[in-house]
Design a protein around this ligand. Sequence first.
Ligand SMILES: NC(=O)c1ccc[n+]([C@@H]2O[C@H](COP(=O)([O-])OP(=O)(O)OC[C@H]3O[C@@H](n4cnc5c(N)ncnc54)[C@H](OP(=O)(O)O)[C@@H]3O)[C@@H](O)[C@H]2O)c1
Length: 276
Amino acid sequence: MLREGKKERRELDHTSPFAIITGASRGIGAEYARALVGQGYDVLLIARDRTRLENLRQELQQTTKKEIWMESLDLSQPHAAETLHDMARSYRSEISLLINNAGFGIYGDFAEIPPSTIQNMLQLHMNTIVESIRLFLPDMLARKQGSIITIASVAGFFPIPYITEYAATKAFLIAFSEGLARETQNQGVTIQVCCPGFTETDFHQTAGHQPKHVLFPQSAQQVVQTSLEALQSKRTLVTIGWQGRLALWISKIIPHRILMAFAGKAVKPPSTTNLR
Ligand SMILES: NC(=O)c1ccc[n+]([C@@H]2O[C@H](COP(=O)([O-])OP(=O)(O)OC[C@H]3O[C@@H](n4cnc5c(N)ncnc54)[C@H](OP(=O)(O)O)[C@@H]3O)[C@@H](O)[C@H]2O)c1
């Protein structure tokens, strides 16, 4: 009831664009939130960790009079996309930008990874994102306005042993987004798939593997700035910096069996114990 009342008030003043950011509690998602609030967006922040979301909401609210909403939601659960869609529309009926950013990594022998973790990744990286896009896209097409950014990875450019499932889900997101961008071209909607390289966030620690030597790591700010600039030029496949362009070029000219041999050695954890 309270939300209904608030909604009416917000609908009267809907001049600000509205963005939904999944995985907004930290890392790249939190940087999208900072950048978009700076650009005058109202934002809905989604993740599981309510405390982190609340801290970010308070931080952002100090810099803007825009609306900063947050909802705790586990996007690896079945039907999470419907819940996300309902939540978003309870705040605003017109969604300008959907950012599918939430994700996690798993390192190690695939055969040793718990089936529940494997299932969670498939659900979070693939089902929830595809279902969310299916739910949010028709309204954007009807209005001939809106953008969807999905965060994949350079790991999706070719198969990588020891992060086999992760790399395969990101390859799926690249193929899905590129196909959809072509399908919807010239209809006023921008579909972007953003492919960061190694980015300095909690991601690697959460995945249980912090590589010792990383050449040319990227910052979350750099990823977000590149992605949002590319939105203006309506580019579909977005890489970050010269490292990203090089990774894409290499993946097209060097046979994948050779790349897999190198990448597998670089990624293979010293021990496969202590995986989730
Ligand atoms: N860091 C890198 O090197 C790198 C490189 C390429 C691509 N990426 C991609 O970039 C995206 C963001 O990663 P990051 O580097 O920012 O990692 P991060 O700092 O670990 O952030 C991951 C975000 O996803 C959220 N999340 C994870 N599982 C979730 C679930 N089940 N439901 C809802 N939210 C969930 C986390 O929030 P809660 O824990 O609060 O739920 C957190 O906000 C991911 O898709 C990742 O694959 C990262």
